[in-house]
Design a protein around this ligand. Structure first.
Ligand SMILES: C[S@@+](CC[C@H](N)C(=O)[O-])C[C@H]1O[C@@H](n2cnc3c(N)ncnc32)[C@H](O)[C@@H]1O
Length: 244
């Protein structure tokens, strides 16, 4: 089982001893300590454990070129890549000259990202960290990117995480997220009250998966300014928002 190291606040570029920002809310803390969540963490570590080297091909996503474009337009330099996996988006942004921090729950995924960055001589701060327990200084980032992440959190957790994001992002900072339209596929699962699927079959045991309705998205972004929502052919939604 993965051990999530206790929170020690960090600045966007270095470890800081200042402990600012909110602790996880009671609800989020309860979730983090629940069996469902722990099984989910184990699922990701297991899934990444099977990956021996980072897949260094950039995915063909229609919005990919828009990300650096948007960040440049807004003068954002320091970017947090949430749930970075083995780091393709972090690498992509670092190649464009952004100062990138990539976090993922899986230590192994982060190690793959580090090896990749080293190969390309890129400086990227990869850290094994739980999105639900971000330990960065308030306003430490000018932008956050979250690609294919929130589908793996129950709605209430996403609500709380959105609050945490507001803190680590400077006022006026940018949040770029892609909410995938996920097919639940075959397999065994039970459902949480909010329709999050919790898989129980061998292959996906512990994985959480849900789709977001338009009204749920609207609610998540209630305290943000949504600059654009782009529906993609796949059914996914690419959203650019500002921390107001
Ligand atoms: C569907 S993958 C997306 C990875 C990457 N962002 C991409 O676009 O390819 C979801 C990622 O979220 C990570 N993850 C899941 N739960 C997490 C958590 N609580 N904190 C940080 N990362 C998490 C997983 O390890 C995995 O790398």
């Amino acid at each position: 089982m993965t051990t999530i190291m206790p929170a020690e606040k960090k600045s966007a570029t270095e470890i800081s001893t200042k402990a600012k920002g909110p602790e996880p809310s009671e609800g989020l803390e309860k979730l983090i300590n629940s069996e469902v969540y722990k099984d989910n963490v184990c699922f990701w570590e297991r899934a990444w454990g099977g990956v021996k080297t980072a897949y260094t091909q950039m995915p063909e996503l229609p919005y990919l070129p828009l990300i650096p474009e948007t960040l440049e337009e807004r003068g954002a330099k320091k970017v947090l890549d949430l749930g970075c996996g083995s780091g393709w988006l972090s690498v992509f942004l670092a190649r464009h000259g952004f100062v990138v921090t990539g976090i993922d729950i899986s230590q192994h995924a982060v190690n793959l990202g580090r090896a990749w960055a080293q190969k390309e001589d890129l400086t990227i701060d990869f850290q094994a960290m739980d999105i639900a327990n971000l330990v960065y200084d308030d306003g430490g980032f000018e932008a956050i990117v979250a690609n294919s992440i929130f589908e793996h959190f129950p709605l209430e957790a996403s609500r709380d995480i959105f609050k945490l994001l507001k803190n680590v992002l400077k006022p006026g900072g940018t949040l770029i997220a892609c909410f995938d339209e996920v097919g639940m596929g075959a397999g065994e699962y039970f459902k949480l009250e909010d329709d999050t699927h919790v898989y129980t079959d061998k292959a996906r045991k512990g994985m959480l998966l849900r789709n977001y309705s338009d009204s749920e998205l609207k609610e998540l972004y209630a305290n943000w300014t949504i600059d654009s929502i782009t529906p993609l052919e796949s059914g996914s939604r690419y959203i650019v928002a500002t921390n107001k």
